[in-house]
Design a protein around this ligand. Structure first.
Ligand code: ZN
Ligand code: ZN
Ligand code: ZN
Length: 235
């Protein structure tokens, strides 16, 4: 038996020796439908965060120029927002399609996890957001509050290159080419041989298993939301 196929009883994902399949609860599953799910989820989050940011920019500009209802800058952002809004339906549908193509056992676990609106505040995903320079590495609490925005039904989750708070913190917006490069690097990381990043995200998005070893993030959340908050969110 190959070393990768020994611990297949576990409730978490890990690579099988075939390198195109992962073990999860006694069975092997092709990795590609999970990869598609992760990339479509990221695309939708980018879209929703971009919309949110443009909306906030418009509101701020309208407040600043209370008398003038139209300025060249405001018109430009409004146009950008309109263009972005047009792509929501296709991004939402792409995620729906990826969800439909998940194996029923994985889909069942995926759906159960999402009964909690803040399902994505799990250690592996919070840590990944912090490591990427996202809001979970600071004390703003944006990700935990993101599901409260009622603008869009889907697209909740951690920061992307379109997060307004991350852009403000960085002090500048990345050019489109740079954002596209980061997106394709994300896919490349999921597709690299026996990718640990893929396993971390697959566990975060699907597995109900409680992750081990809470670190600095835990104490930040406890500080922000009270001693019981983080424990309730980490399943
Ligand atoms: Zn933030
Ligand atoms: Zn952010
Ligand atoms: Zn985050």
């Amino acid at each position: 038996m190959h070393l990768l196929d020994i611990h297949f009883h576990q409730n978490v994902f890990h690579w099988s020796s075939s390198e195109i399949a992962v073990w999860y609860k006694h069975h092997r599953y092709y990795y590609s439908p999970i990869r598609n799910l992760l990339t479509e989820d990221q695309n939708l989050r980018k879209q929703v965060q971009r919309e949110e940011r443009l909306h906030n920019q418009i509101t701020a500009l309208q407040k600043a120029s209370a008398i003038e209802s139209s300025t060249p800058e405001l018109d430009e952002i409004a146009k950008e927002l309109q263009e972005t809004q047009k792509t929501y339906a296709s991004n939402e549908h792409a995620l729906y399609k990826a969800e439909c193509l998940l194996h029923p056992i994985l889909k069942d676990a995926y759906i159960k996890l999402r009964r909690d609106a803040t399902w994505f505040m799990r250690e592996g995903l919070v840590q990944d957001c912090a490591d990427r320079g996202g809001c979970c590495g600071r004390q703003c609490g944006c990700c935990a509050k993101r599901h409260l925005s009622k603008r869009r039904r889907r697209g909740e989750g951690h920061c992307t290159t379109e997060c307004g708070c991350c852009i403000s913190f960085r002090g500048y917006d990345l050019p489109k080419e740079e954002k596209d490069k980061i997106s394709s690097e994300f896919v490349g990381m999921l597709e690299s041989r026996l990718s640990p990043h893929f396993i971390n995200l697959a566990n975060g998005y699907i597995s109900p298993a409680k992750p081990h070893g809470l670190g600095k993030i835990e104490s930040w959340w406890k500080e922000l939301f009270g001693p019981d908050y983080y424990d309730k969110k980490v399943m």
